[in-house]
Structures are given as structure tokens and as C-alpha cells.
Design a protein around this ligand. Sequence first.
Ligand SMILES: Nc1ncnc2c1ncn2[C@@H]1O[C@H](COP(=O)(O)OP(=O)(O)O)[C@@H](O)[C@H]1O
Ligand SMILES: [Mg+2]
Length: 449
Amino acid sequence: MPTRVLKLGERLVDLDDRTLIRDGVETRLSAREAALLRYLVARPGVVIPRATLLVEVWGYAPHVRSRAVDATVARLRQKIEDDRENPAHLLTVHGAGYRFLIEPSANGARPCLPPARRRVVGRSPDVQALVEALDTSRLVTVVGPPGVGKSVVCEALVRSLSERQLEGGVWICRCAEVSSEAELLAAVAGGLQLELGPGFTLSSARDSLGRTLVERGDVVLILDDFDRSIPFVASLARWLDLAPRARVVVTSRERLRLRGERVYALRPLDETVGRGLFCALADDLGISVEVPEHHVVDDIVRALDGLPLAIELAAARLSVLDPPELLRRLEHRFAVLRSHRLEDCDRHASLQRCFDWSWDVLSASERRALMQCTALHTPFTLAEAEAVLDLEEPVVDVLQSLLDRSLLTQTGRPRSFWMLETTRAYVAQYVRDDEPQEGRCRSARSEQL
Ligand SMILES: Nc1ncnc2c1ncn2[C@@H]1O[C@H](COP(=O)(O)OP(=O)(O)O)[C@@H](O)[C@H]1O
Ligand SMILES: [Mg+2]
């Protein structure tokens, strides 16, 4: 059998040989210490109760009480930790058990804390509202159009929740690339820092993730970019039933329609915050936007509906276009709003692609409704839409579905529908290719007027 050597910081641990080497000095591990370490190393990030360790590592009968685990953990810490009072690898989870981290995080306590990505402008009120929503709801879905900042807000939420030192931790799972249930389970396992192991079955993986959530107790799971995972949402419903103390935050363009779900609609940035983001991004390029130009920037932000992704892509053009020229060219926004940065992931490389993603999943009626809606001035009411839209399905159903998919929004007046300028411009491209549709709506509208 190959020797199992583990690197813990400056130390090399040979689990088979039960030796530990640091700076050329060798220390021995007792058989029990090595057995405990081997057990923990196989389950990184998982909170393991003392009682489980007594059964699985010590071989005691269930319900036997003993201080053996704490004593062995204390000795092991002396050998593997730089500071045993403030361990980086073998953590105590108060009231729950122990958790082992192979790679300690920067603060030694939260393995899931995402690296501070880009700056976050505004959004403190949203983060605060989400923290409060989680006090009363176990499932919160952050919905909004592509590029509105759902993922950014969730990262800020992780940082905010991490300060609360939850017993089970906060774990973020990236689900953007998921296209099958197996991939979703692997993404969740990855976020929870679990190995599913080769040859896992869907049901064994589902059960094992459920058990992990139960074991972690007061845990928050963040499922980011869940849009493509919605067909597999039953797994999530099951975990919520299984693990009564687990709470979940999901980001998606669409709500999940699960029992007990609380929907948080993330709005675009307001004009002042949007201007702040634009100017900060200009600053990154070494371009300062002078105060007299602020009104043009405000017009740009307004034309882009305060959508942070659009603002980001627009500001990137400042090295070749001055703000007035940029504003003029926004008429053809999809040509302007493309990224030239290599590191941008495909999905956000252009505004066009972001919206393609949403468009591709629409039904024929939903597409037709959107095309016809471009002829309406927003906000419009249901009655106005019903008078104008010519669809095979009830208008109320189609509008509800477009609202759920974040392609229409509701701002200000309740029960009135709003279409972002960017959505309108996107859909208008299809209207041009589909003149009869537009004509049908227009004629209906003129009859109405
Ligand atoms: N509040 C914000 N401050 C700075 N940049 C932001 C903010 N919100 C979003 N962005 C930027 O806009 C882009 C889209 O944000 P993201 O959170 O990925 O959107 P979504 O998840 O809603 O599709 C990202 O590149 C992100 O850096
Ligand atoms: Mg996202």
C-alpha cells in the first residue's frame, strides 16, 4: 500500500509510519492519534460529533461516555498545530464536535470564505435585509436579471455571516456550470469541502450531503447561480426537510417555487450608486471623470438601468470612448457592451450572451409576449397588457412567468410591469427579424387608442 504523506503547513505527516517531520525534527504519533487523524483527514470540513468518533475510531459501543476524544485531540494539536490555543487545522465546533481543515483558511476558521473579489459598491442594505430574512426563513432566493449583482451580494453576505461564527459555518457552492443532477451534487459537495468519491450514485450522494448538513447543525449553504439546477430542485427540498437547522440562500433569475421559500428581488443600482461604480471603474483605468461630466454619466447609468454588469462593460470602453460618445453609442448597446478582458468568464463576457441564456429557455408564448411588450411604454398595468397583447395563452399567466424569470420587473407601483431598457433592446433585435409580430401588436394598440 502506498505511504500516505500529508502536508500540514510546515509539517509532513506520514500516516502509515506515524511520523511527523518539521525542520528535520521527527515526532511520533501514537496509534490512536494516527487513527484519529486518518479518520478526520478523510472527511475534511465535516463537523464530526465526539460520539461518532468514539464509535468509529475508538470502537466503543454507542452511548458510551468518555473524555478520550478531547484528550487525544489535545495531544494531537500539540503535534500538528503551530498554536494549539488557536488551531488552524483541528477546530472545535462548540456544542457539535470537531472539524478538520487540511488547508487552513486565512482566518483559520471559515474554509468557505470567498476571496475578496472585486469591490462591492452599495449593497449594504441588501446584505442586511438578507441577514434579517435568514432569521425567519430557512430558504431565501435572491432573484434578479442577469448581471444585476446577485453573486456579488451573496459573497458580501458570506462575509457578513462569517462574522457571526455560526456553529456549522457558511459554505458557498458555485452551480453555474451545472447541467446534470450529478454535477449539482458534485458542486454542492465541493462547496461543502467533501469528496463524493469515485462511483457515487445519485441517491448515495444525495443522502451523504443531507447527513453532512444534519451533522453541521446551524449551517448556511449558499447555492450561487442556481438557474440551471432548477430541474433538480427536489434534492434541495429534501435536504431542507432532513436538516431542520440548515438554512439556504440561492441566487437565480427565477424563484424555485418551494414551500417556505422567501424571495428577495435584487434591484439594479440607483443612479448615485451606479455613478459611483462607473467613476471607480474609470479610475481603475487611470481616467478621471470630472464633475461637469457627471450628468452624462447619470444618463449612461440610466440608459443601462443601473445594471452593474452593463456599467462595468460600458466603463471598460472609456479608454477609447469619452462619456458623451459612449452614451451616443449605447443605442447599439450589445455591440458596445462586450468584454475584452481575458479573465471574464464566458457567461458574463457580453451582455448579449447573458440575455441569450435567459431567452433560450423561454416558451414561444413568452417570447412573443416579450416582443409585443417592447411596443408598450413601461410601467404598464395588466389591463393595458391584456388590451394589447395578442397571445394564445392567458396574458396574466405569461406575464407572471416573465416576472418570475426576471425578464419583467415590478418597481414602484405594485402590479405594474417594468421592462429594463436593456431587455427591451435585446428583445427588439428579435422584433426586427419578426416584423409581423410587432405589426400585430402595433395594430392592436392603435385600435385601442
Ligand atoms: N455592487 C457592485 N459593485 C461592484 N461591482 C458589481 C456590483 N454588483 C455587480 N458588480 C459587477 O457586475 C458583474 C455582474 O455581477 P454578478 O454578481 O455576477 O451578477 P449576477 O450574479 O446577478 O448575474 C460582475 O462582474 C460584478 O463584479
Ligand atoms: Mg451570478
